[in-house]
Design a binder for this molecule. Structure first.
Ligand SMILES: Cc1cc2nc3c(=O)[nH]c(=O)nc-3n(C[C@H](O)[C@H](O)[C@H](O)COP(=O)(O)OP(=O)(O)OC[C@H]3O[C@@H](n4cnc5c(N)ncnc54)[C@H](O)[C@@H]3O)c2cc1C
Length: 380
């Protein structure tokens, strides 16, 4: 008999969504987080966009969980009265070459089950966003924005109300396979260590999920996380009021990022970004390089003709936990129950970059399905 039934490592939006879902079905669920509270890393350093699921390869987990996840997220926000705005997004073509890419976006989206896209010509674009420049655009009505802090707070509340247990300031240091599950050693800030056993372990440790997998004995170079920073600039008032929706350029071909875009947030702020900078060492460097002001300005000026260099200022940065390497094609989420590696009841979530926020509730359900499929029946 183990001390815990299920231990989830990492209280980002994905770990929290999994915790909420599993605590409805199972008893004895623990959520372990090294920081003082939830959401201190990637989950509070992103664009807060509810993505429609337009760009991901057909049949990928990213496509499936994003499309399923966005609907679940809108329903969850309605149910718990959380701040969100189903504002829609425009993907704008500013040259003839980009107009041809628009067709391929519509084809990929349709393969993913997103069939609500519409092409807008100049006059229709002007009705929605009179201050931007575009020759043509795709409008995605199911895209939106969310207050991710409120979302995480609600997951945590529901988890606690479901009798889930949280342990903050608790860093997982060691994991050892034992007879009925896993022995987990945790360090507290005062230097104390304690060890407990858990039948099931769910690795949702974001930027450090490869390290957690390594502790359990998995050394697979295909699962190594590469830190890929995305920096943002903000559009200062009063020009922030000129934008009412999300405005994206036509995406890059290899999809390391989807191009410097314009996002609005629930507080009325407007951000430009994120860009793509691979960090050579995996260090948590959240600085914003002010010398990028001109390149950010130039990349959005094509479709925001009203913008001047001084209208933008450095804002913040986040780090994508990528399992793809620089220049490689995009990789899918890695979400597996690891019986085949001799680790039954160990579930890895690695490379949960965008659209991880959008997909979080669907990911929770997916993980529940993996546990059920592997025969875990610790029902309440
Ligand atoms: C720049 C940027 C923009 C993005 N924009 C969007 C967007 O608009 N829409 C969207 O859907 N997605 C977006 N994403 C992706 C989204 O933010 C992530 O997919 C999501 O936040 C991942 O959540 P997570 O819980 O997996 O990871 P995290 O939020 O990183 O949480 C992991 C947690 O694990 C903890 N942890 C790590 N190691 C240990 C340990 N040893 N012991 C205990 N705890 C540990 C960490 O402290 C952390 O709290 C974006 C990401 C970036 C970087």
């Amino acid at each position: 008999m183990t001390d815990a039934g299920i231990t989830i490592i990492g209280a980002g939006v994905v770990g929290l969504a999994i915790a909420e879902c599993l605590s409805e079905k199972y008893s004895s669920v623990f959520l372990i987080e090294k920081e003082r509270t939830f959401g201190q890393e990637t989950s509070s350093r992103n664009s807060e966009v509810i993505h429609a699921g337009l760009y991901y390869p057909e049949g990928s987990l990213k496509a499936r969980l994003c499309v399923e996840g966005k609907m679940l997220l809108y329903q969850f926000c309605e149910k718990w009265q959380l701040p969100y705005n189903n504002c829609g997004k425009l993907i704008v073509a500013t040259s003839e070459e980009e107009i041809s890419v628009i067709e391929s976006i519509i084809r990929t989206a349709s393969k993913n089950g997103v069939n609500d896209l519409r092409i807008f010509e100049k006059n229709e674009i002007a009705e929605l966003e009179p201050d931007i420049f575009a020759l043509s655009a795709v409008f995605s009505p199911s895209t939106g924005i969310i207050d991710s802090h409120s979302l995480m707070k609600q997951f945590e509340t529901n988890f606690i109300n479901n009798c889930g247990n949280t342990a903050y300031r608790s860093e997982v240091k060691l994991i050892k396979k034992v007879k009925d599950g896993y022995e987990i050693t945790v360090a507290e800030p005062d230097g104390n260590h304690y060890t407990f056993t858990s039948e099931v372990v769910i690795n949702s440790a974001g930027l450090f999920s490869d390290k957690i997998a390594g502790m359990a004995g998995i050394s697979d170079h295909n699962l190594k996380i590469n830190f890929c920073k995305g920096e943002y600039f903000r559009l200062k008032p009063p020009k922030n009021r000129l934008i009412k929706r999300l405005i994206y350029p036509v995406p890059f071909h290899n999809m390391e990022g989807i191009g410097i875009h314009v996002t609005i947030d629930m507080g009325g702020g407007v951000k430009l970004g994120p860009d793509v900078t691979w960090l050579k060492e995996n260090v948590q460097d959240y600085s914003v390089d002010a010398s990028k002001q001109e390149s950010f300005f130039k990349s959005v000026r094509k479709y925001l003709p009203f913008i001047e260099l001084d209208d933008i200022a450095p804002e913040m940065a986040g780090i994508r936990p990528k399992i793809q390497k620089p220049g490689d094609p995009q990789m899918d989420f890695y979400i597996r129950e690891e019986s085949s590696r001799g680790l039954p009841g160990f579930v890895n979530l690695i490379g949960i970059e965008s659209p991880g926020l959008t997909s979080c509730i669907a990911i929770g359900r997916f993980v529940y399905g993996l546990l059920e499929g592997a025969g875990y029946r610790m029902n309440k």
